[in-house]
Ligand binder design. Structure first.
Ligand code: ZN
Length: 174
């Protein structure tokens, strides 16, 4: 995907995730307080997710594109940062969605295990980044991502905890 696609994906994802994390459809009532909480959550997610979604393509300027900053060690670093330094919360969401969009939405894959292996992994889906359908594909993928996140949040585990809080409570238990 190109930068426009990644920004579109990140903005829609921040909006949707903000709704998923603050609006429980079983109990939600549109009061001033609940709408304020919703706006606050979307604001909290927006810049970190957009920045995270832009970060991997920095490797177009140095290193090897779709390799140097498109791999699991980079994602793990962004997951670890909030836990270790209580900093850069939610940036990993943008990095992760960038990888998904590149693998699912475009023709070329990404080198998930770089620098251990230069093999690029891809799904047999997607369109050329220059395709006129790229935006539509991006929206479809974003909706699918939000469906998965909503399923996880409502039925499996609440996603509305910062990783640092989660680590702290884990630390308190052991
Ligand atoms: Zn990319």
């Amino acid at each position: 995907m190109n930068k426009k696609g990644h920004v579109l994906n990140a903005i829609l994802l921040a909006l949707g995730l903000g709704v998923i994390l603050t609006v429980d459809p079983r109990t939600f009532e549109p009061t001033v307080d609940s709408l304020f909480l919703l706006a606050q959550k979307i604001g909290q997610l927006s810049l970190p997710v957009v920045l995270g979604a832009l970060f991997p393509d920095v490797d177009t300027a140095f290193g090897k594109h779709r390799k140097t900053l498109h791999n699991l060690p980079v994602l793990i670093a962004f997951l670890a940062f909030p836990i270790v330094f209580n900093n850069l919360h939610f940036v990993w969401v943008g990095v992760a969605t960038h990888y998904v969009l590149d693998m699912v939405g475009s023709k070329r894959g990404i080198a998930l295990f770089y620098p251990l292996s230069s093999q690029e992994y891809d799904l047999p889906t997607g369109v050329a980044t220059s395709s006129k359908h790229a935006d539509a594909v991006t929206v479809v993928i974003t909706v699918a991502e939000l469906g998965v996140l909503a399923g996880i949040h409502y039925y499996l585990i609440s996603l509305d905890v910062s990783l640092a809080d989660a680590a702290a409570s884990l630390g308190a238990m052991v």
